[in-house]
Design a protein. Structure first.
Lengths: 113, 682
C-alpha cells in the first residue's frame, strides 16, 4: 500500500486492459489499506471491483478478488454502523454532557446548547 | 444591491434585548442565526392578542406591541406560544401603566448580606419586599428577539406598512403579499457563565480562529478622599481612620445599553457630587480628624460588582486602605422622590445586636438629626427590625460588621415605581423645564428637584463632617450649591452634550463630540477593552470630581502627562488631568492641567480573577457576544406561492435537461444541413 500505487490509480480507472494479476494486487492493496482506519478504501474497493468479481466470466484470480470484495463490504458495513450509532448519540446528547461534550467537540455551535 | 434596496427597508435605530449569563442561568433574548421573520401585527386590543396567539392564519407573527401590553402576563403568553417570531415594543409615555419595573421584587437577594447564616429571617425579602411592583421580565429567558422602538418616525414606517398590507378588512384575514419584519440578534453564549467561559478557553487553546463567546461585565469605580491617599502604598494605611460615603454609578433596564436610571442612580450620584462640592473647601481649611473617602460603585445592579471588588481588594491588602481603616459608612440610596416627606436612615438590625456597633449607629443617627436641625428636611429611622435595602453597604457588612447607614426616600418599599426600567427618566424625578428655554438656560435652571437634592446634599455633607469628628461651629459654612446640582441634573438626565460638561472633559473628547444626543445611559457595559478608556458615565464623574475638588496648575500638556519629572508634583497622591476649559466668545478653548486626588479602581467581579465562574459569593454576570444586530421589513408572499415558484423552477430545470439530452443524442439528424452550402476549407 505505497503511495505511488494510489496515485497510479488516477490513470487506470478503466480495468479493461489491465492484466488479471495486477487487478488482484490492486484489490488486495485496497483491502489491506482499509485496515488503517480508512473505510473509504473499502468502499472504493467494493464499487470498483464489483463488476470484476461478480459479473464477469470466471478467470483464475476472480475467486480471490471476490473474497476481498466481500470482506471489504463487511468491514464497510461495520464501520457505517459504528459511525452512525456514535454520531447519533453524540448529536443527541452532546448538550447534556456539559463539560465532557465540550471537550469532545472540535467546533461547538454558537448560540445553541 | 439596488435590487436589495427595492425589497428591504432597513431600520436604522435598533435597540435590542441581549443575552446575559450568570453562574446558573441565561436571561434575555435570542434570535435564530439567520434572523426571525414574521408577519407584522400591531397589538392594540385583546382581540389582537387572540389573533396572534390562536386565530390568525399567517403565523408566525412579529408583534408590534403597544406600551400598555408590555407586561408580564402578555410576555409570558408570547413566550409559551410557537406562533410568535419576535416582539417590537413601542416605548412611549402614552398608554404607560402607572408602574413598570422589569426588575425582580428582591434585587440582589443572593449576594447581599442576609443569608441563612446572617439574619436568616430577613433573607430573600422575608422582612420587607423592596420592589413589590417588579415583574421580573428582565430576568426571563426568551427564545425570540425583542426590540424596542424608541424613534417615533421609525414606528410610523412600521405602522404604515401594517396599514397598507396587513390590516383586516371587515373582520376577514388580509391577503398576501403581507408586510413582514426580520429581526437579527443572534447571541453566541448559552446556558451559563461556566459553560461560556469554558468554551471560550477551549477556543483560545485549540481553535485556529478563536472566538470569544462572552465578556464579564466590568468597568471602573471612581473614588476620592478629602485627604489625599498614597496610591502606591497598598494595604493598611497608617493613622488613617476613614468614613466612607458611597453611592452607585449604574442602572439597567430590559433592553441593552438603555438605563436612564434617574431616581435609581442619578439622584444618588448628583447628591454625592454636590456633597463633595459642599464639603471640600471646609475640609481643606478646617480638616476634621478622620479622612472622608467618597466612592462611586459601578455594576451594583448586577450583584454588586464594584463594591464586592473593592471589599475584596481591601481584604487582600491590594487597595490604598483596608477594612481596619474603615470607621463607618454612609451610603446614599434613592433620594430623589422626597416631595416634602422625610428622609429615612436604614440600618442593619443584625449587626446592631452587638452593643458597640449599636451605640455607634445610634450616634451616627443623632449626628444626622442634629445636622438636619437647621434645614427644611426631616430625617427618621424605620423600625429597628427592618433589614437594609439593597445597597453596597451590605457587601462591606459581609466582610466586617462596621457601623453604617443607608439614606433613602422610602421607609419600607421603594417609592420608585419605575425601578430599573426605561421609564425611570427625568420626568420620573420631576425634572421638567418650562418651555422656551435655550439649552444653556436649561442647564442652569433650578428645578424643585434640584433644590430638594441640594438640601439632601447639604445634610449629607454636614453629617459627614460631624461623623469625621469636625467642629459643630463650622457646619454653617457647608452648603451645597443648587446651581451645581441643577447643572448636574441637566447633564445626567437631559443632555450630556452641554457646555459645562464640554469644558471639563479632555480636548480630544470635546472635539470628537460626545457622540449621541440626549442623556447618558448608565448600563455598566464591558469596560475599556470594548468601549474605550472608560465608560462615559465613569468618565463624566471622574472629570466632574476633578473640576470640583482639584486645583488648577500651570503645567504644560506634556508635563501633565508625565508629572513625575517635576519635583513639585506627586503622582502617588494626585492624578493629573488635561481638560478643555470653557469656550471663549469666539469658540476657542484654552486647555489646562488639573491636579486632583481622584482615582479609578477596577470594577470587575472577583469571581473572574479567582476563575470561580460558578461562584455563589460574587457576581458572575457576563454579556454574550454577537455578530450583527439589525432589523428590516419587506413584503412576503404566501407559502403556496413560494412552493409553486420553486416547483416550476425545478420542473423547468428537469425539462431543459431532458430536451438537452434528446437534442444531444439526435444531433446528427437535426444538424445535417451542411451539404447545400459548401464550406470553405483553408
Amino acid at each position: 500500500m505505497d503511495l505511488s500505487s494510489v496515485f497510479f490509480i488516477g490513470n487506470i480507472m478503466n480495468l479493461e486492459r489491465i492484466p488479471n494479476e495486477e487487478k488482484l494486487s490492486l484489490c488486495r492493496r485496497y483491502y489491506l489499506g482499509g485496515f488503517a482506519f480508512l473505510p473509504f478504501l473499502w468502499l472504493v474497493n467494493v464499487l470498483w471491483f464489483f463488476r470484476e468479481a461478480f459479473l464477469k466470466p470466471t478467470y483464475t484470480e476472480q475467486l480471490q478478488i471476490k473474497s476481498y470484495v466481500k470482506k471489504s463490504a463487511l468491514g464497510l458495513i461495520v464501520w457505517v454502523a459504528v459511525l452512525t450509532t456514535w454520531i447519533t448519540i453524540f448529536q443527541h446528547f452532546r448538550a447534556q454532557w456539559g463539560e465532557v461534550g465540550d471537550y469532545l467537540s472540535f467546533t461547538i455551535p454558537l448560540g445553541t446548547a | 444591491s439596488s435590487v436589495e434596496q427595492k425589497i428591504y427597508v432597513v431600520l436604522n435605530e435598533t435597540v435590542p434585548c441581549v443575552r446575559l449569563l450568570n453562574a446558573t442561568h441565561q436571561i434575555g433574548c435570542q434570535s435564530s442565526i439567520s434572523g426571525d421573520t414574521g408577519v407584522l401585527h400591531v397589538l392594540e386590543t385583546e382581540s389582537d392578542l387572540d389573533w396572534i396567539l390562536s386565530s390568525g392564519p399567517h403565523p408566525p407573527y412579529m408583534v408590534i406591541m403597544e406600551t400598555a401590553f408590555f407586561n408580564r402576563s402578555v410576555m409570558m403568553r408570547m413566550k409559551n406560544s410557537s406562533r410568535v417570531a419576535g416582539v417590537a415594543v413601542i416605548i412611549s409615555k402614552t398608554g404607560l401603566a402607572d408602574n413598570f419595573s422589569p426588575h425582580t421584587t428582591c434585587p440582589n437577594q443572593n449576594t447581599g448580606v442576609y443569608s441563612e447564616s446572617y439574619g436568616s429571617d430577613l433573607a430573600n425579602c422575608n422582612g420587607t419586599v423592596w420592589n413589590p411592583l417588579g415583574n421580573g421580565l428582565s430576568y426571563e429567558d426568551f427564545s425570540f428577539p425583542v426590540f424596542a422602538l424608541k424613534d417615533e418616525n421609525q414606528t410610523q414606517v412600521l405602522r404604515k406598512c401594517y396599514e397598507d398590507h396587513n390590516q383586516r378588512v371587515n373582520g376577514s384575514a388580509p391577503q398576501y403579499p403581507l408586510c413582514a419584519m426580520q429581526l437579527f440578534s443572534h447571541m453566541h453564549a448559552v446556558t451559563d457563565t461556566v459553560t461560556c467561559m469554558r468554551r471560550t478557553d477551549l477556543q483560545n487553546r485549540f481553535s485556529i480562529n478563536p472566538e470569544v463567546l462572552c465578556d464579564p461585565l466590568s468597568d471602573f469605580n471612581v473614588w476620592t478622599s478629602t485627604r489625599p491617599l498614597n496610591n502606591s502604598a497598598k494595604g493598611h494605611a497608617a493613622d488613617e481612620s476613614v468614613v466612607i460615603a458611597a453611592t452607585r454609578l449604574d442602572g439597567r433596564s430590559f433592553f441593552w445599553e438603555q438605563a436612564p436610571a434617574a431616581e435609581g442612580t442619578v439622584s444618588g450620584i448628583v447628591t454625592l457630587l454636590a456633597t463633595i462640592q459642599a464639603l471640600y473647601p471646609v475640609t481643606q481649611e478646617a480638616p476634621p480628624p478622620r479622612n472622608i473617602f467618597f466612592s462611586f460603585f459601578q455594576g451594583e445592579a448586577f450583584d454588586y460588582i464594584g463594591s464586592s471588588k473593592m471589599v475584596y481588594d481591601m481584604e487582600k491588602n491590594d487597595f490604598v486602605i483596608d477594612m481596619n481603616n474603615v470607621h463607618s459608612m454612609l451610603e446614599i440610596g434613592q433620594v430623589g422622590l422626597l416631595s416634602g416627606r422625610s428622609l429615612w436612615m436604614h440600618s442593619d438590625p443584625v449587626s446592631r445586636q452587638n452593643k458597640s456597633v449599636d451605640t455607634e449607629v445610634s450616634e451616627m443617627m443623632s449626628r444626622i438629626q442634629s445636622a438636619a436641625a437647621g434645614l427644611k428636611l426631616t430625617v427618621d429611622h424605620p423600625s429597628v427590625s427592618q433589614p437594609l435595602p439593597p445597597s453596597s453597604f451590605q457587601r462591606f457588612l459581609r466582610a466586617r460588621r462596621i457601623p453604617g447607614l443607608v439614606l433613602a426616600d422610602h421607609n419600607t418599599s421603594f417609592t420608585n415605581r419605575y425601578y430599573e426600567s426605561m421609564y425611570d427618566d427625568a420626568e420620573n424625578l420631576n425634572v421638567t423645564y418650562p418651555p422656551g428655554l435655550t439649552p444653556d438656560e436649561q442647564l442652569v435652571y433650578e428645578t424643585d428637584a434640584a433644590k430638594s437634592l441640594a438640601e439632601v446634599a447639604t445634610l449629607v455633607a454636614r453629617s459627614l463632617y460631624l461623623q469625621a469628628g469636625g467642629e459643630e461651629n463650622n457646619l454653617n459654612n457647608i452648603t451645597a450649591d443648587p446651581k451645581i446640582v441643577a447643572q448636574l441634573l441637566y447633564g445626567f438626565l437631559v443632555q450630556k452634550n452641554n457646555s459645562w460638561f464640554r469644558s471639563l472633559l479632555p480636548p480630544e473628547v470635546t472635539k470628537k463630540g460626545v457622540n449621541s444626543p440626549g442623556p447618558p445611559q448608565f448600563y455598566i457595559g464591558l469596560g475599556p477593552r470594548v468601549h474605550g478608556p472608560a465608560h462615559s458615565v465613569t468618565r463624566f464623574v471622574q472629570y466632574i470630581l476633578a473640576n470640583l475638588t482639584g486645583t488648577v496648575t500651570n503645567l504644560t500638556e506634556s508635563q501633565c502627562q508625565n508629572p513625575s519629572e517635576l519635583s513639585t508634583e506627586n503622582k502617588d497622591l494626585f492624578s493629573y488631568f488635561w481638560v478643555s476649559g470653557p469656550a471663549s466668545v469666539n469658540g476657542t478653548r484654552e486647555p489646562f492641567c488639573v491636579r486632583a486626588s481622584v482615582r479609578l479602581s477596577k470594577a470587575v467581579s472577583p469571581a473572574f480573577e479567582l476563575l470561580e465562574y460558578g461562584s455563589r459569593n460574587y457576581s458572575t454576570w457576563t454579556e454574550s457576544r454577537w455578530k450583527s444586530i439589525r432589523a428590516r421589513i419587506f413584503l412576503v408572499a404566501s407559502r403556496e406561492l413560494e412552493m409553486l415558484t420553486l416547483g416550476v423552477g425545478v420542473a423547468v430545470l428537469l425539462l431543459s435537461l431532458l430536451v438537452t439530452y434528446f437534442i444531444s443524442s439526435k444531433a446528427e439528424l437535426l444538424f445535417s444541413s451542411a451539404r447545400e452550402t459548401p464550406t470553405t476549407t483553408y
